[in-house]
Design a protein around this ligand. Structure first.
Ligand code: G3P
Length: 218
């Protein structure tokens, strides 16, 4: 399973890229709002200088023609741009049109395996089931990821399953166990998942013992 960062914050992307584990980035209008006030195009282009992998940029049109027009514009920014459209009939129609033009799509705001199936049938490159937002309303968000992976495998559908709306480190493990191709993770969750107190304690003890070892050398 690949790890993407769910952010438009350049410093977070630089840091995760430094760790050597980052394969892509997803953005959305809320994440853009939290970034530093640069234009949409400038932010996406800057991300593309840091990460050599898919970078999702989200459309805001409600109609298919508008999504397609936005998608064409985003795709000109960089070859790694993937166009996000919502899980709606207009979104799936946009996926189908953009695919004929060689433009990859990420179908977002997916909350059911039916929506995931329809996105794949339309030709989506990525489907993004939102795990945390389903958990928030007392549904099992990860079950949508499991069902989607099973349906895609059973029917030979090539759309990549991206677990989105990841809220804590266990979501990353569960997404990997469910067979998701990608998890997109907020930086604060990535940091929580990266650390373990026994690793820190172990390093501290080894360094102390190494100093004692060196002091005893002749
Ligand atoms: O980027 C889409 C998704 O990951 C958003 O997550 O935390 O706003 O539900 P969240």
């Amino acid at each position: 399973m690949r790890i993407f960062l769910d952010t438009a914050d350049i410093n977070e992307i630089r840091e995760a890229a430094r760790w050597g584990i980052l394969s892509g980035v997803t953005t959305n209008p809320t994440l853009m709002m939290k970034s530093r006030g640069a234009s949409h195009e400038a932010v996406i282009k800057e991300i593309a200088t840091i990460v050599d992998g898919p970078i999702s940029a989200e459309t805001v049109s409600l109609d298919t023609a508008g999504m397609v027009e936005e998608g064409r514009r985003f795709a000109r920014w960089h070859p790694n741009v993937v166009v996000k459209v919502p899980s709606t009939p207009n979104g799936w129609a946009a996926v189908k049109q953009l695919k004929t033009e060689g433009i990859r799509t990420n179908v977002t705001l997916c909350f059911s395996a039916n929506q995931a199936l329809f996105a794949a049938l339309a030709g989506a490159y990525i489907i993004s089931p939102f795990v945390g937002r389903l958990d928030d309303i007392s549904e099992d968000g990860m079950q949508v990821v499991r069902d989607t992976v099973e349906i895609y495998r059973q029917h030979g559908l090539e759309t990549l399953v991206l677990a989105a709306s990841i809220r804590h480190p266990l979501h990353i493990i569960d997404a990997a166990k469910a067979g998701a191709d990608i998890a997109t993770v907020p930086f604060k969750v990535l940091e929580l998942a990266a650390r373990h107190p026994l690793t820190d304690k172990g390093i501290e003890n080894f360094l102390k013992d190494w100093e004692k070892f060196k002091a005893e050398q002749h």
